[in-house]
Design a protein around this ligand. Structure first.
Ligand code: FEO
Ligand code: CA
Ligand code: CA
Length: 633
């Protein structure tokens, strides 16, 4: 997401104390052995790229001519490709839904329309058993509302009237939309029985260790089994069994109240939910469910990974508590070599951790009832990176020290509810804002994107977070031994240190051939295509005066870490997802918060409509090759 001033990371708890090694020394130890550090001449480092090139195969070389860096009002894509705007904020999703009328938007209309600030996008083929690339469902997260861009007069979130708050609530959650490609054009199917809006009011249930425990019982959930709604949905993933996981991320700022003198106060402090009485806490003024003074446990209902079945519009979404509670950026899922599933999760806040869940049971193709229980039972763990290139996964399992009564954990429910505190106790490595984590289909290596951390000071650098005041972010490559995603120890390497390779201050690191347009800043989302190319979407480059967008590079082989600029966002926007149809002839991605930083009445862009009566509208686009070829080939 983009961090608008009223939703800034200033609400983060102060950095905890870490012991660190001097920055230059760390880089010498971990990088000089392998790295071309283009632009790092100051460090006098030697070149011996590429790190894990001994991995089999080589990912495909992107053939397009790359875009130039820039920043303007519109969207750009590499020559030979076109972008179609497919789903815009306010587009009706049902036959009875009203047309978009931004000057008179209201909760009822918004609840039947495409939501705001679309983020994660996933393709699910129709029919379910097939692999269609022309008929399918798009599942889309709507992460947050940009009050000043949504309402005439550009109000601040803290000044919203009740009707505006309710409209924003209805603009969050998810949309499920049937889409079809006819000829060279995509169309949303407004009459589809699959279409669905899921919002902060949708009835859901808990499963896993925290289901039904006393701590999650509230007057809205007397048994602690039912829960209501999802919001702050950032990234996600499609499971091997055809459902979707959606990650609740920045849930903290919607709550008001302090839960003072309750048993939850300390946990909320660690979560970053208190002391954050920023603009978005307007929800609690009008809806007591978001008032922690009246309902001190209500905040425990947020911060989970939620599973939905987009093929079943009546499916009750499930909060999978075994995956822990934090500010989940996303959840990269992979079937392990023994059939169990592993889920990698970043907790997106400065100095937070990377987590892994491994199911107890294996995935069984064709057994949906069994597969829908996989994420309720397994082992949660957290990553510690060492300077020796080793990563250790520390279990977060109740009953084994330190997760016992002695430290305030009475059950696994306590461990998952207070996952950050459980991780603090085992020496997890505080990271530079872990965002999306995905597994390379060619090598089985795990790529973890860290977006930035300007608060890391020199004394706090560590091998996996080697730059103080890390403005540009980096990407790590984690290597499970023999593709065993349940192993206790992995190896790891830096993959990219983002920033300008021609600016020695940045200490950036890419393939030596990186072009003046190939470098990027603030990597956020990523995905692999079937040839093993890594597609990277950024969030924050705009702040450097260069538009956010998409870059793509090989993950292995001679072009490893050689990014090329593919797509450029309009001013103020970040690009999220992307995802591909199975034939790789369409890429869907989100254009989130266009015009951010300006205001409704005088926006810095009116993308995508460029109509003087319409504000900029977050939208999902379909990117296609003009000759119908595969994207990037
Ligand atoms: Fe929703 Fe961490 O970006
Ligand atoms: Ca981000
Ligand atoms: Ca993100």
């Amino acid at each position: 997401m983009g961090y608008t001033p009223d939703f800034d990371m200033d609400d983060q708890p102060a950095a905890r104390e870490h012991t660190g090694t001097a920055f230059g020394e760390i880089l010498r130890r971990r990088v000089s052995r392998r790295g071309v550090l283009k632009g790092s001449a100051l460090l006098g480092l030697q070149a011996s790229w590429p790190g894990f090139a001994r991995a089999p195969g080589a990912s495909g070389r992107p053939s397009f001519r790359e875009l130039a860096h820039g920043l303007d009002e519109t969207l750009h894509v590499a020559e030979g490709y076109s972008c179609q705007v497919l789903l815009r904020w306010g587009d009706p999703l049902f036959p009875d839904a009203p047309a978009f009328d931004p000057a008179n938007q209201n909760p009822d209309a918004q609840g039947r329309q495409f939501g705001y600030n679309n983020d994660f996008v996933e393709w699910l083929p129709l029919p379910r058993s097939g692999d269609s690339s022309v008929s399918g469902l798009l599942v889309v997260n709507h992460e947050f509302a940009s009050s000043s861009m949504m309402h005439p007069g550009a109000p601040r979130a803290r000044d919203l009237a009740r009707d505006q708050v309710d409209t924003e609530m209805q603009a969050l959650g998810l949309s499920v939309v049937e889409v079809r490609r006819q000829g060279g054009t995509w169309q949303a199917q407004r009459a589809s029985a699959y279409n669905r809006r899921i919002t902060p009011h949708t009835v859901m249930r808990f499963s896993g260790p925290a289901q039904g425990v006393r701590r999650v019982r509230t007057s809205f959930s007397p048994q602690g089994i039912q829960t209501l709604g999802t919001f702050g949905n950032c990234a996600g993933s499609r499971t091997p069994w055809g459902t979707v996981l959606t990650a609740e991320e920045n849930v903290q700022s919607y709550f008001t109240g302090e839960a003072k003198s309750t048993e939850e106060q300390r946990g909320y402090e660690r979560f970053g939910m208190l002391g954050t009485r920023t603009a978005r806490s307007a929800w609690g003024r009008f809806h007591e469910r978001w008032d922690l003074d009246r309902h001190p446990r209500a905040g425990l209902h947020a911060g989970w990974v939620v599973e939905i079945d987009p093929y079943d519009p009546a499916f009750m979404p499930v909060k999978r508590t075994a995956l822990g509670r934090c500010k989940h950026e996303g959840c990269g899922i992979v079937v392990n070599r023994d059939g169990r599933v592993a889920v990698y999760m970043g907790d997106d806040q400065r100095f937070e951790y990377i987590y892994r869940f491994v199911s107890r049971e294996p995935y069984r193709p064709g057994d949906p009832a069994h597969n829908l229980s996989l994420l309720d039972d397994g082992e949660l763990s957290v990553a510690e990176f060492t300077e020796h290139g080793t990563l250790v996964w520390h279990p977060l399992v109740w009953g084994f020290a330190p997760h016992t009564y002695a430290n305030g954990f009475a059950s696994q429910a306590d461990v998952v509810i207070d996952m950050r505190r459980a991780a603090d106790l085992v020496g997890a490595t505080p990271m530079d804002r872990p965002e999306e984590i995905k597994v390379d289909p060619l090598t089985g290596h795990v790529f973890a994107v860290l977006t930035n951390n300007t608060r890391r000071v020199r004394e706090e650098v560590d091998p996996a977070n080697p730059r103080p005041a890390n403005r540009h972010g980096h990407i790590l490559e984690l290597v499970p031994p023999e593709r065993d995603h349940s192993a206790r120890e992995y190896r790891w390497e830096p993959f990219v240190l983002a920033g300008n390779p021609d600016d020695p201050q940045d200490h950036a690191r890419y393939h030596a051939g990186v072009s003046p347009n190939g470098w990027f800043s603030n990597p956020d989302n990523c995905t692999f295509d079937r040839t093993g190319r890594l597609w990277i979407a950024t969030d924050g480059f705009n702040d450097e005066g260069i538009a956010d967008g998409i870059w793509v590079c090989a993950s292995t082989g001679p072009d490893r870490a050689l990014p090329k600029h593919f797509l450029r966002a309009p001013v103020g926007a970040e690009i999220c997802s992307p995802c591909f149809t199975p034939d790789h002839r369409t890429m869907f991605c989100s254009v989130q918060h266009p015009g951010e930083g300006s205001g409704y009445d005088e926006p810095s862009t009116r993308w995508p409509d460029f109509d003087e009566h319409l504000p900029p509208r977050p939208s999902v686009i379909a990117v296609m090759h003009d000759q119908g070829g595969e994207i990037g080939s």
